[in-house]
Structures are given as structure tokens and as C-alpha cells.
Design a binder for this molecule. Sequence first.
Ligand code: S3P
Length: 429
Amino acid sequence: MRRIQVPGDKSVTQRALIFASLASGESRLRGLLPGEDPQATAGALRALGVDIPPFGEDGGEVRIQGVGLRGLQAPSDVLDLENSGTGARLMLGVLAGQAMTVTVTGDASLRSRPMRRVTAPLSKMGAIFREMGEPDRLPLELTGGSLVSLDYDSPVASAQVKSALLLAGLVGGVSVVLSEPHRSRDHTERMLGMCGVGVDSHQEGDVWRIELRDPPERIAPLDLEVPGDFSSATFLLALAILGGVEGGLEIDRVGMNPTRRGLLQVLGRMGANVGADPFEEEDGKEPLSSLRGLPSKLVGTNVGADEVPGMIDEFPVLAILAARAEGVTRITGAGELRLKESDRIQVLAENLRAVGVRAEELSDGLEIEGGDHPLTGRVSSHHDHRIAMAFGVLGALPGNHIEIDGADVADVSFPGFEGLLEDLTAART
Ligand code: S3P
């Protein structure tokens, strides 16, 4: 069985860079993801006066001297978060609490994604936004400063929205209480805890409630080892499940946060031969485990709204597994997928059909009919890293031939993905 590791978790890396910048004192961070998204966030924080040393693929320790919760300095230029939705939305929250005017933008893909989901509640807190392009889109000019507390029912289960609001409360020194219709990933709440900030979260009736009641004047620095990215790991796990790695695959040190690992339950229903080492769920820490995948015969399944937030980034990988499963896989309640780095519902249906898979677009999901005939054709990544990786895996399976336009966008979250895929499949006899 081949053993590998995947790069650091993108969500945790983004938050670690932001929290370390806002801390009072020196943070020590190991295993940061050097992908393009965290590099863009690091670039924005440097432009705001934080001294963030370069970080690369060795995962070595990076020390960041925090400037304190309200110590960022006005940048001399526009802040460009490139392709990073998390970087842009979380930084809008941070900047809402700072007394300065800043313009935030991104690349063409990020400029096509909605921003009012964060700017509307941040405006209620007192931040002032000027939309400089299309309505609901970047670029935005933001004037932050004196905020008031917020009690907000978010219509979407989004960790980016939740985190932006919690960061605004933290930096602005005001309480933030919010609810979301389903529980979204909780990396921000865990990191707040690591920095010594009390945040309460619990189920209340039908909704999930998060409360930051007494934001402190300063936060403690981090001493953090970033886990391997569960979402990145799932692409290679899928390769192993679909018989693309001789003898199967073991992936070490993967983050197993319960709000992120929803795909495992779905894989179980599909009959996938996957396993994880037993692991501790220590309060507040990100749990880690090794993940194993062996060649498996899969059957189709149904995935509905309740399961979507816990596997929000795993639909591209689910789509290619469904394409090789016996029977139909039906995904519903997943309208949020239309608002990711690409419209993933449309792009997945179009790309699957382009290589010979029967796939139907639903308004809030997809229907995919699996099979085992060879798949051939040309697809586009649509500048979406997870689309590129999903079709990279599908094309690397024996008998399939898939050309991908824009495959190098995988570097956004998984630097070295293409090389690793080649290496894992080259060993096949
Ligand atoms: C993320 C939250 C999710 C996810 C994205 C990363 C985060 O987005 O899709 O890849 O780090 O907070 P939403 O908050 O839009 O669901």
C-alpha cells in the first residue's frame, strides 16, 4: 500500500495567517498550505503591515509577530485576494472593524461571486461598503471603524459568512450572535478557542447558533501544526477507491474535523472500502487520522440538504465516484454549489457529459448515472481547482483518456497535485 501525505488544510491555513496577524505576540505555525489562496491572503496581510515570512512546500515553522486586534495599517494599494473566496470574505470581516478605508478585489472568478452575504450583515454592524463594479460583487470599497453588536439569522450555512462576522465582532470589540440553518465547518470557533477567546455554539430548535459575547481586547498567539487537508485527500482517496493506485493508498495526518468529513458517511453507503485509524476528538483541537482507500465496487446513492454543509467541497469528487458507480446518484439541496469557484452544478454536468457520462443538471443538484465503459473527451477546469483535480483523477484511471484545459489551477489548494497523480499512477503494472 502506498503511503503519502497531502498539503496543509486550506481553511485552517487561511485562518491561522489571519489570527496570527491579529494576535498579541509571536505565533508559530507549521505545515501551512503554500497554495495560491493562502499566498493571496498572506499578501493582503503583508500589505496591511504584518511581517509574514515567505512559506513554501517544506512546511517548516513560520513565525509571525502579531500586530494586535486593531494594529493593521492602511495599505497603499488595492487589496487583491486573487481566487480566494475565504480570504476575501474573512478579510472583509477583519477590515470592517478597522478604522480605515480599503478597496478589496479579486480575479475574474472571485469577482463573479456574491459578496452581499457578508456585506449586508457587516453593514448592519456599521461598516460602509461602496460597490465599485457590479451589484453584490467585488471590487468593494470598505470603510470600517466603530461597530455595533449584531444578532443575525444567516439564510445560508456558510463558514465564510459566519467567520467574517465573528472576526468583525472580535476586531470591532462588539458581541456577535448568529444562527445558520445547518452547522457549517467550525475551524474559526476552534481557533478562537486556541487564542483564548470564549465562543459558544449549540443547536437551538432547527438552527445552529454561535455566540461571541465578550470579545477581549487582545488575543493570544498560536502554536499550531496545520493538519493535512481532508478535501485534498479525498481526490487521492477516490483514485485509490476507483482502482487507480496499485495496492491501495494510505494518507497520513489528515484533518478529520467532524464538520468536514461528511463524505466518509456517503462513501460508506456507496460501498467504498475506506478506513481511518482510531483518533481522539480532543475538545477544541483539530482531530487527525490516517485515511486508507482500497479498490471498491460502488453503488449510487442519494445526498440531500442535511448532508451538504459537511461535504460542501466534496461534490466534484463525489461526481466522479458516482460516474463509476452502479446505478444513479442523486444530489439535491446543494444550490450553494452554483456559487463556488465555478457553477459546479453546471460545470460538473457539462464535463461529465463531455466524457461520455449521463448527467442531468437539477436546479439544486445533479443526477449522475454511473457505468464502467471507458471515458474519453476534453473538459475545462473553468478555473476551478476542484473541477481540475476531479477530472484529473477520472482521466488517470485505466482505460480513460481525458484532456483538461486549465489543469494547472489545482495549485490553488494542492501544489504538486499533477506530479503526485502521475507518480501514483506510473507505478501501476
Ligand atoms: C470555506 C468555507 C466553504 C468552502 C470553502 C472554504 C472556509 O465556503 O466551500 O472552500 O474556509 O470557510 P462557504 O462558506 O461559502 O460554504
